[in-house]
Design a protein around this ligand. Structure first.
Ligand code: FAD
Length: 266
C-alpha cells in the first residue's frame, strides 16, 4: 500500500449548503488539551480530487504536495481526539475544494500542534464577553460555549453572527437552544440578503452595535473595564467594528499591550 502522511479519519460531514460544511475528524492519536478559540492545521495531498462545484485554481501543485491550512476548532476543549471544523469552500482555493470532496471514512492529515492566542477562557473574571463573527468565524465561539458556558453564569455572554442568507447560519439551532437554556446568553444573528420570511435582525453588525439594540436587549455595556469583545472573520467587519469600539476606548489586545478587544482574521 502507498504510504501517505495521513493520521486522521473523517467521521462526519454535514453539508449546510454546497459551499459550507461541518467536518468531524478523529485523529489516530489524541492531541493535548487545548484552549477554546485555538486552531490547528489540516491537510490533504494535492493528488486528491476536487469537488464537482469548484473551479480550477491558478496554480497546479504536484500530486505528492501536502496542502496545509489553519482552521479554528469548533469542538469542546476536552475532546482531544474528535475534532469539529466549520469550513466554507473557496471554489478556486487549493485545500477547501479537496475537503469538500471527502467522504465518511476518508483519510486526511491533522497537525499535532494546536496554536493561537485567541483564547476566550483567558478573559478576566467578572467581564462580559461579546463574540462577533462573520461566516465561519463563528467556530472558535462554538468551542468556547461548548467548553465553558456553564462556568460563566455570573457574566453576560453574547454572540453576534453576520451572514447573507438564513441557511448560512451554521449552528443556529444550537445557539437558539443555548439562548433558551441560559438566561445570561444572548444570540443575535443578522442577515444581509434574507427574504421577508426572516423576522430577525438585518444588515451589518456594526449598524446594530451603533443603534444600541444589542445593549438594550442584553444589558451589556460597551465599556472595556466591564466587557471584552472578540472579533473573528472577514477583515472588513473586523476593521469597521474595531473602529467603532475604539470610539468606546477599546484597545486591541496584543502580546505587548493588554486590551479588551481580541481579533482573529481569516
Ligand atoms: C487562524 C485561522 C483560522 C482559520 N479558521 C478557518 C475556519 O474555521 N473555517 C474556514 O473556512 N476558514 C478558516 N481559515 C481560512 C483557511 O485557513 C483558508 O485560508 C481557507 O479555507 C482557504 O483555503 P484554500 O486552500 O481553499 O484557498 P487558497 O488556495 O489558500 O486560496 C485562497 C484565495 O486566494 C486565491 N489565490 C490562490 N492562489 C492565488 C494566487 N497565486 N494568486 C492570486 N490569488 C490566489 C484563491 O483564488 C482564493 O480566492 C482560517 C485562517 C486562519 C489564519
Amino acid at each position: 500500500m502507498k504510504e501517505t502522511p495521513y493520521n486522521s479519519t473523517v467521521t462526519g460531514k454535514i453539508m449546510l449548503t454546497p459551499d459550507l460544511m461541518i467536518l468531524r475528524v478523529r485523529t489516530d492519536e489524541p492531541r493535548i488539551e487545548f484552549n477554546a478559540g485555538q486552531y490547528t492545521s489540516i491537510g490533504l495531498l494535492a493528488g486528491e480530487s476536487r469537488s464537482a462545484n469548484s473551479v480550477l485554481p491558478i496554480e497546479t501543485l504536484p500530486d505528492n504536495e501536502l496542502i496545509i491550512r489553519p482552521y479554528s476548532i469548533a469542538s469542546a476543549n476536552h475532546q482531544t481526539q474528535n475534532f469539529e471544523f466549520y469550513i466554507s469552500q473557496v471554489k478556486s482555493g487549493q485545500l477547501t475544494p479537496r475537503i469538500f470532496n471527502l467522504s465518511l471514512g476518508s483519510r486526511m492529515w491533522v497537525d499535532k500542534k494546536i496554536l493561537g492566542v485567541f483564547t476566550l477562557n483567558k478573559t478576566p473574571k467578572g467581564c462580559n464577553i461579546v463574540m462577533v463573527a462573520t461566516g465561519t468565524g463563528l467556530a472558535p465561539y462554538i468551542s468556547f460555549l461548548r467548553s465553558h458556558i456553564r462556568d460563566h453564569q455570573d457574566i453576560k455572554l453574547a454572540v453576534i453572527h453576520g451572514a447573507a442568507y438564513p441557511w448560512d447560519l451554521g449552528y443556529l439551532s444550537e445557539l437558539q437552544l443555548l439562548e433558551s437554556t441560559f438566561i445570561n446568553f444572548y444570540y443575535f444573528p443578522t442577515l444581509l440578503k434574507a427574504d421577508s420570511s426572516w423576522t430577525g435582525l438585518r444588515g451589518y453588525i456594526e449598524e446594530h452595535l451603533k443603534s444600541g439594540i444589542i445593549q438594550e436587549k442584553s444589558g451589556i455595556e460597551f465599556d472595556p473595564e466591564k466587557t471584552h469583545f472578540y472579533l473573528c472573520g472577514n477583515p472588513k467587519m473586523v476593521e469597521s467594528v474595531s473602529n467603532f469600539l475604539s470610539q468606546h476606548n477599546y484597545v486591541k489586545h496584543s502580546k505587548k499591550k493588554s486590551g479588551s478587544l481580541h481579533v482573529e482574521e481569516y
